[in-house]
Design a binder for this molecule. Structure first.
Ligand code: ADP
Length: 368
């Protein structure tokens, strides 16, 4: 035990010979009262001196005792680094309970903070409507960022339509647990976790109510062992319901949201709501992506604005948020999604995939 930086109590057990019992108890009493730094410098000679010397063949017991104390100190330092209570970040909101916060909620919040502290950037991908290509953007953005030598994670909390497992050909994946933590799946360098991995059947979540959804999102943020990441891309369900709200509240230091839309008026009306939502929950808008922005016929080269065009850019200007770019309709996406392949780095010549790569690059450059 350590109290106020000093070692308060040391217990040392051994099933070894009398000289190891002697060395162990001498090392333990030497360490008690020392600062953590002092204890990490305990040497074989210190223990030998404390026991009044040992025969040549028993001197290793003193070395073992000193090294055991050092190992315990190293463990303590790791635990301290991972514990909010001892963290030196002055601006951290995870140190003290909020007014009226229950002990359980405080512990949950600290648990989430501990995980997220190790992730430098968190980017939330939102859309006003389903089917506009939000998951396509999230998956390809995560893949493109991981190709820039960044450590990247992709978290899919789209409870009602988790497409990430399908898009990454991970439908049969089973969650792996290690003690209380959930291990993210690895796809090359990309770490992936999807609510879809929890659902045996795609329809399982249909009956989930708000508190259940919030509970599972909380658990994902608290228990998934991402380790140290440069970027976590979070694919949220469409709209402004419980899930995006939970994400915004549980990740108060998120870098911001990328809002995906298609260009026609019907989709734009909903995307305005998404931007409004971001403002209300203090989530910065990193920018708007206009997806399915026209189609160029590969045979005759004619450009057809199937869902109209440029609406996303106009709306972004009106609402005073950045416009990140437009992605044309590209059958390569449909093929890649259905086959569970991320095509972003392989599909030179595919206009949609090239446009998405450029947007991902711009986002990567904007990250400090
Ligand atoms: P959301 O997450 O908004 O519901 P998805 O990313 O799942 O949407 O995309 C829905 C479907 O549209 C998928 O089949 C996907 O392959 C396809 N899609 C997305 N963007 C494009 C695009 N630019 N061109 C062609 N198909 C696209």
């Amino acid at each position: 035990g350590v109290r106020e930086g000093r070692i308060a109590r040391v217990r040392y057990t051994t099933d070894g010979c009398w000289s190891s019992i002697l060395s162990g108890s001498a090392a333990a009493s030497l360490a008690e009262g020392m600062s953590v730094d002092e204890a990490s410098n305990l040497s074989q000679d210190d223990v030998l001196e404390a026991v009044g010397g040992l025969s040549e063949e028993s001197r290793h017991c003193a070395l073992l005792a000193a090294n055991t104390i050092k190992a315990a100190v190293a463990d303590f330092r790791v635990q301290r680094a991972e514990s909010c209570g001892e963290c030196s970040r002055e601006d951290c909101g995870g140190k003290t309970p909020l007014q009226g916060e229950s002990e359980k909620d405080f512990a949950d919040r600290q648990g989430i903070q501990r995980r997220l502290c190790r992730i430098k950037h968190k980017i939330v991908v939102l859309s006003g409507k389903g089917g506009v290509g939000k998951s396509t953007v999230a998956v390809n953005l995560a893949a493109a960022l991981s190709l820039t030598d960044r450590r990247v994670g992709l978290l899919d909390v789209d409870i009602h339509g988790p497409s990430v497992p399908k898009m990454l050909h991970m439908e049969d994946v089973q969650l792996e647990l290690e003690g209380d933590t959930i291990l993210p799946m690895e796809l090359g360098d990309l770490k992936v976790m999807s609510i879809g991995f929890l659902l045996r059947h795609a329809d399982d979540a249909v009956i989930w109510r708000g508190p259940m959804k919030i509970g599972v999102i909380k658990q994902f943020l608290k228990d998934v062992a991402w380790g140290d990441l440069d970027v976590l891309v979070i694919d949220c369900p469409p709209g402004t319901g419980d899930e995006p709200l939970s994400i915004a509240q549980l990740i108060p230091d998120a870098d911001g949201a990328i809002v995906v839309t298609t260009p026609q008026d019907v989709a734009l009306a909903d995307v305005r709501k998404s931007i409004d939502f971001c403002r209300r929950v203090n989530l910065p808008v990193l920018g708007v992506v206009e997806n399915m922005s026209g189609f160029t016929c590969p045979k005759c080269g004619e450009h057809i604005a199937i869902f109209k065009q440029d609406g996303g850019e106009r709306m972004a200007a009106e609402m005073g948020v950045p416009f990140l770019g437009r992605i044309p309709i590209d059958p390569a996406f449909v093929e890649a999604c259905d086959e569970g392949r991320v095509r972003i780095h392989k599909a030179a010549g595919h206009p949609g995939i090239e446009a998405l790569s450029k947007i991902a690059e711009a986002i990567a450059v904007a990250l400090p």
